[in-house]
Design a binder for this molecule. Structure first.
Ligand code: SF4
Length: 348
């Protein structure tokens, strides 16, 4: 039997087209959309204002891509929760919910593994298996949204920073974002969504033409191309000068400040001379640097610089006119921090 298609893979116009082709009245698409994306229905049977025949037809042809955790791990002290989602073809990804003050942020994956292969990242060490579909990406957010709703809470932010390089799975990532952003349903504001890229220049340029006010985070990790080639191998298809030019184009198109991510690896890229070189690259740009002290993960040959050193690096950037903060690492104890996600190591 052919596997049924995931309704979450459809955009609103595609859903409208489908239902029109079935001879349904125009307003049915809106009803199905609202059940799926606003009321977070768990099945077609929940869609009680639809005629039974339509519910049956939907159920025969489509599934409502509900993701169920194959494993989960939480750090109650921090309010961080990591979930492993397994798919029928035997692959799996991890997603993370972070609670901080009033924020409920979901970090989603866009690929199984990652082709970029950053030297300091557990996901990169897994290699690349496949892209996720739009429904598989958005489904991670909907999973946490259902759980939060049961406690009277909701997802307030999404960061596309989990496993994978989102701009190498461009169509599915942007479709998932548009579906989550659609006001008829989930309605998450674009400014509450951050897309993180290792510097895929064609993707950044394309994103700047989407008329979406997303936050863009670009991972640099090195102030020069030679070191970057070692740390972010595939990204070397796009040299730093081109990455920065593309990020400038994004900032111009959206008016949004670009965040530059920089993982600090002791003795590798954390020298004060490297901070000055980074400042020279970014000074005068609509930019902000997010410093991420390395989160250790099994098998990775790096160490985390101590706090004083991290602070000295940050102050050097500030002294040279570049705004910088240190990201408070969340989820590190459950290997859910930046660069630690790896679906081959199953959480308990
Ligand atoms: S840091 Fe991001 S881009 Fe680099 S390998 Fe890991 S998931 Fe891929």
């Amino acid at each position: 039997m052919m596997p049924r298609q995931d309704l979450l893979d459809l955009s609103f116009p595609e859903l409208e087209e489908l239902l029109t082709s079935w001879g349904e009245l125009a307003f049915r698409a809106r009803q199905v959309w609202e059940w799926t994306w606003r009321h977070l229905a768990c099945g077609f049977a929940d869609m009680t204002n639809l005629p039974c025949a339509l519910r049956d037809r939907l159920a025969e042809t489509y599934r409502l891509g509900i993701l169920t955790p194959a494993a989960r791990q939480g750090d109650p002290e921090e309010g961080t929760e990591k979930v492993l989602f397994a798919f029928p073809d035997g692959v799996a990804v991890e997603a993370v919910l972070m609670r901080e003050d009033g924020r409920r942020t979901v970090c989603v994956s866009t690929q199984v593994g990652c082709p970029i292969g950053c030297a300091f990242c557990a996901t990169g060490a897994m290699g690349y298996r496949r892209d996720l579909s739009a429904g598989e990406i958005a489904g991670q957010v909907l999973h946490f949204a259902r759980e939060l709703r049961a406690r009277g809470e909701q997802v307030t932010h999404v960061v596309v920073m989990g496993m994978g390089e989102p701009l190498l799975n461009y169509e599915a990532t942007v479709k998932a974002i548009r579906n989550l952003n659609d006001r008829r349903g989930f309605g998450l504001g674009a400014r509450r969504i951050t897309v993180s890229t290792a510097g895929v220049v064609p993707g950044i340029l394309r994103l700047s033409e989407e008329a979406l006010q997303l936050n863009l985070a670009v991972s640099l990790h090195a102030p020069d191309d030679a070191l970057r080639a070692e740390l972010v191998p595939l990204a070397m298809r796009w040299p730093l000068a081109d990455v920065l030019a593309a990020a400038d184009a994004y900032a111009r198109a959206t008016g949004r400040r670009v965040t530059y991510e920089y993982v600090l690896l002791a003795g590798v890229n954390d020298g004060l001379d490297q901070a000055r070189a980074l400042a020279r690259l970014l000074r005068g740009r609509l930019a902000h640097v997010n410093l991420i002290p390395f989160n250790p993960a099994p098998g990775l040959p790096f160490t985390r610089p101590d706090e004083a050193h991290v602070d000295a690096f940050r102050r050097e950037l500030l002294r040279h006119g570049v705004d910088a903060t240190v990201r408070r690492s969340r989820g590190v104890r459950i290997l859910a921090g930046c660069g630690q996600l790896c679906s081959q190591r199953r959480p308990g």
